[in-house]
Design a protein around this ligand. Structure first.
Ligand SMILES: Cc1cc2nc3c(=O)[nH]c(=O)nc-3n(C[C@H](O)[C@H](O)[C@H](O)COP(=O)(O)OP(=O)(O)OC[C@H]3O[C@@H](n4cnc5c(N)ncnc54)[C@H](O)[C@@H]3O)c2cc1C
Length: 340
């Protein structure tokens, strides 16, 4: 089978690695950025417990990419106090290097964003792994995405504002600010805010904690879950994998693990699109509930009396998957968070 993988982010890189191993496939990747500018626009935080297994399937040792091993994440709730979350596997890692190592030895055309019409005559399947862009699939109605800005920065030794993960949650959970250490004085500092206060907040923080700016990036994150991102195909040859079909946990804006899982679901079901669709909907069912919760909070319509049971379900889900989320989850923290 001749397969085009368009977009070499986490999902595309994982697919390139795993699909190229199968000699029945001829896989060609396309990435719009030139090779020397290829980046992984993201804060690079994930959970080692899950990424360890996924990297192993690609013949790689995830530990080699870890930059900072988190012990505790402070979640600042402003006037409502703070939560100190005990971490259980949350790390920052060199996401770009892992992507580059996953695609080593595979065939990729960098600096190319081909039109669908160019690819259709040549390929049996066109994977849309373009993330937020979703270039090859029908446009979605009524989408929710959060604009983000991020800086990679460096602090002189001993001058780092925090020595571990830090988040500042914005009122009504419209977004948050993050400080994620990357080791050796480096950090990702960024924010995403539905109400567009993210730039101001980051500027204020950087004025207060002077640092050397290494890089500035920005792009939105799709929060609309898979259940509201259908269709996953264009009914012809294109099929979405990863954030292009909404595999981001809306409560955290976390998409690395879900998008890689989605790539795995595609590999397991690539000859049966209905089975692929059903497995994605099933795997990310809880994301639809988390999305509803976030939407209600942002709109100021969340009511504990009306929506408490749904919140309880999200809590139970996260509690039962602490190892996957990489943090200790408690009901008290959840209640505090939902009160802002
Ligand atoms: C600022 C920010 C911080 C984040 N931090 C985290 C975090 O710490 N942890 C976490 O789990 N998630 C985080 N996320 C979310 C996470 O990065 C994404 O959900 C995840 O990377 C999605 O993976 P993907 O492979 O589907 O898409 P992407 O990683 O977005 O990759 C898409 C690729 O497609 C390429 N592309 C786009 N259009 C075309 C085209 N037409 N032709 C060819 N190539 C194209 C892009 O250049 C890119 O390389 C963050 C997102 C943002 C924006």
């Amino acid at each position: 089978m001749k397969i085009a993988v368009v977009g070499i982010g986490v999902a595309g890189a994982y697919l390139m690695n795993r699909l190229s191993d199968d000699h029945d496939n001829h896989v060609i990747g396309f990435e719009r950025t030139p090779q020397d500018q290829h980046d992984a626009v993201c804060a690079w935080a994930t959970c080692e417990n899950v990424m360890g297994g996924l990297s192993k399937k690609c013949g790689l040792n995830f530990e080699d990419y870890v930059l900072h091993d988190g012990k505790q994440m402070r979640v600042d709730l402003g006037q409502k106090g703070r939560i100190d979350l005990r971490l259980k596997g949350m790390v920052s890692y060199d996401k770009l290097q892992l992507i580059q190592d996953m695609v080593k030895g595979t065939e990729i055309k960098f600096g190319r964003a081909p039109r669908k019409e160019e690819l259709e005559p040549e390929f049996d399947v066109i994977v849309d792994a373009t993330g937020f862009h979703r270039n090859y699939l029908p446009r979605l109605q009524d989408e929710l995405w959060i604009p983000c800005v991020q800086f990679k920065v460096r602090y002189p030794q001993g001058k780092e504002p925090f020595d571990d993960f830090y988040l500042r949650s914005f009122p009504s959970m419209s977004g948050y600010f993050w400080y994620f250490p990357l080791g050796n004085g480096y950090a990702h500092i960024g924010a995403g805010d539905f109400l567009k206060g993210h730039n101001r907040f980051v500027d204020e923080f950087m004025n207060k904690h002077q640092c050397e700016v290494v890089k500035k990036v920005g792009r939105p994150v799709r929060l609309t879950p898979p259940a509201s991102c259908e269709p996953f195909t264009d009914g012809r040859k294109s099929v979405g994998v990863g954030e292009s079909i909404g595999t981001v946990f809306p409560l955290l804006g976390e998409g690395i693990i879900p998008s890689t899982w989605c790539a795995e679901l595609f590999i397991n079901n690539m000859h049966d699109m209905k089975a692929y669709r059903d497995s994605v909907i099933d795997r990310f069912r809880m994301y639809a509930l988390a999305f509803k919760f976030v939407k209600l909070k942002i709109a100021g319509k969340f009511s504990m009396a009306k929506h408490g049971m749904e919140m309880l379900k999200i809590y139970r889900h996260m509690k039962s998957e602490e190892e996957r989320y990489g943090m200790k989850v408690s009901m008290g923290d959840m209640l505090k968070l939902s009160s802002i």
